[in-house]
Design a protein around this ligand. Structure first.
Ligand code: NAG
Ligand code: NAG
Ligand code: NAG
Ligand code: NAG
Length: 487
């Protein structure tokens, strides 16, 4: 809960012209506007190249002017340069009524699941991003990681992610910064998601927990339904959640055209009492084919030229991709989530229980202390530590279906962030999960994977860890070639 006292002050000021993006607050599991009305995210993932898009004041203004026309009220930016000046872009966003969610990590500093660390180098880098952005009232939140964990074995990294959130929250407090929420953006892995979601929020001390949890979910493809997509299972695991939860990426791109039918569910009666909206992946059209706009027709993959990277022009006047753009606009225009006012809302949910150690699925004991900053090899699992990893997941995963959706419909395995984050070109990738009812479509959507230098790698056909690493290797080669061509 944030700044109840401040909200009273805000109300007192409401007669005056409040900026349209006065700071949001969190109370219980919901975001609230400064006037006490509930805030629901209608967001777009915004990253044009590896560079900080909020440092390009000419381009961001062109883009903001278009994105605001469909009711966009938030963006997510994956990589920022804390040394750059963001005043023009942040104020253009504010004037347009748009908040920003900023990832604190970047290519050299993200937490690596297979050899997790939370060290001084990372802490300093994340702190610099917080220093650079805290003063903008329209920063809605910070992420300490994107898709760090992708299967049960990766759960050993969860304490580091949670420690990062703890320390970044404490850092902001120590500097006297506005209390900007710090959260995590998770891959949608059915066997991992409920445990991770609960783990990051659990415990009696909220200073140790994330302030919000968010999910990159690609379960809803084409003409789907709340039940058939697997969203009902997401809802079942979130209904008692004590902190805000939202979709930090969504928008399956097969089949085309995209009609964003999931928005009606997210903002509808089944989910809007629990979920705080969604961020659509993504603004720019590039090889992964998730773009809402383009800056011109694709170029040759090897083309060089002003603003061209990996076969796509990444600057200029944005042109909507149709009918997707109009479809999203219609969905958002029709959204009428059931909401509550801050004053009328009395949160009743408590933090979830910390998940129990479960061989193959969740390798963190419920009572395990978080690592301290810089704690390395000496931080280890206090119990069970040697039993499960070596034996692989075969025995463990048979019980894993219990934690996936009841319908078994969400089967996606996201390889994207791991492969992506290994390279300089594709940190923000997230696999497109498939639901069984759309398996064929999802599989075909992964066909163009080899060419994806962008933020998304194929996943529908890849489940085994070894195969994931094959993709990583391939991605590295592609990105190396790409990197050389950039020189
Ligand atoms: C800190 O962690 C990052 C990410 O794992 C790693 O690249 C870096 O080498 C570590 N730095 C130190 C000083 O240990
Ligand atoms: C809560 O957690 C914070 C951060 O770890 C710590 O500084 C504080 O002492 C904790 N409070 C209690 C009551 O344990
Ligand atoms: C998540 O929801 C599923 C039903 O979809 C249920 O079987 C499972 O126990 C839930 N997990 C948690 C940790 O709440
Ligand atoms: C939800 C929505 O607006 N869907 C539309 C998406 O675009 C196609 C093609 O124009 C329309 O047929 C859909 O009705």
């Amino acid at each position: 809960m944030y700044s109840l006292a401040a909200s009273g002050l805000m109300l007192a000021l409401a007669g005056q012209a409040l900026a349209s993006t006065a700071a949001l607050t969190i109370k219980g599991s919901k975001f609230f506007n400064a006037d006490g009305s509930q805030f629901f995210i209608k967001g777009i993932a915004y990253q044009l190249t590896n560079n900080d898009p909020l440092a390009d004041s000419t381009q961001c203004v062109l883009d903001i002017n278009l994105m605001k026309t469909i009711g966009t009220n938030a963006i997510r930016v994956y990589h920022v340069d804390p040394t750059a000046n963001h005043d023009t872009c942040m104020s253009a966003l504010s004037d347009a009524g748009i908040y920003a969610f900023i990832d604190l990590d970047t290519f050299p500093t993200y937490i690596v699941a297979t050899s997790p660390e939370w060290n001084q180098t990372q802490y300093s880098a994340y702190s610099k991003v917080m220093d650079a952005f805290h003063s903008y009232d329209n920063v809605a939140g910070f992420f300490v990681g994107n898709e760090v964990l992708n299967d049960g074995a990766d759960s050993i990294a969860a304490p580091y992610v949670k420690a990062a959130a703890r320390d970044m929250k404490a850092y902001g407090a120590s500097k006297g910064y506005r209390k900007i929420p710090v959260g995590y953006s998770a891959s949608d892995i059915p066997t991992l998601r409920p445990n991770l979601q609960n783990y990051l929020a659990c415990g009696s001390n909220s200073s140790d927990a994330v302030d919000f949890f968010s999910l990159n979910a690609y379960e809803w493809c084409g003409q789907n339904t709340y039940q058939g997509s697997g969203y009902s299972a997401l809802q079942a695991n979130a209904s008692e959640y004590d902190i805000p939860i939202f979709f930090s990426e969504t928008g399956c791109n097969q089949p085309t055209p995209r009609d964003f039918g999931d928005q009606a569910a997210i903002f509808g009666s089944e989910m809007s009492g629990t979920w705080s909206g969604a961020i659509i992946y993504e603004w720019i059209q590039e090889t992964n084919d998730y773009g809402l706009i383009s800056y011109g027709p694709p170029a040759a993959a090897t083309a060089t030229g002003s603003g061209i990277v990996a076969g796509f022009t990444r600057q200029g006047t944005p042109t909507p991709i149709q009918p997707d753009w109009d479809n999203l606009s219609s969905q958002w225009a029709a959204a009428s989530p059931s909401s509550t006012s801050e004053a009328a809302y009395s949160p009743s949910n408590s933090p979830p229980a910390c998940p129990a150690y479960t061989s193959g699925l969740w390798l963190v004991s419920s009572d395990q202390a978080l690592p301290t900053l810089g704690q390395g090899a000496e931080y280890s699992q206090p119990s069970h530590s040697s039993t499960s990893m070596a034996s692989g997941s075969s025995s463990g995963s048979s019980s894993g279906t219990g934690s996936s959706s009841g319908t078994g419909s969400s089967t996606g395995s996201s390889t994207g962030s791991k492969s992506g984050s290994s390279s300089s070109a594709s940190k923000t990738s997230s696999g497109s999960s498939s639901s069984s009812s759309n398996g064929a479509a999802a599989a075909s959507s992964s066909g163009s994977s080899a060419a994806n230098l962008g933020r998304r790698m194929p996943s529908a056909l890849l489940n085994a860890r070894d195969e994931n690493w094959a993709v990583v290797g391939f991605g590295l080669v592609v990105c190396l070639v790409f990197g050389i061509s950039m020189l």
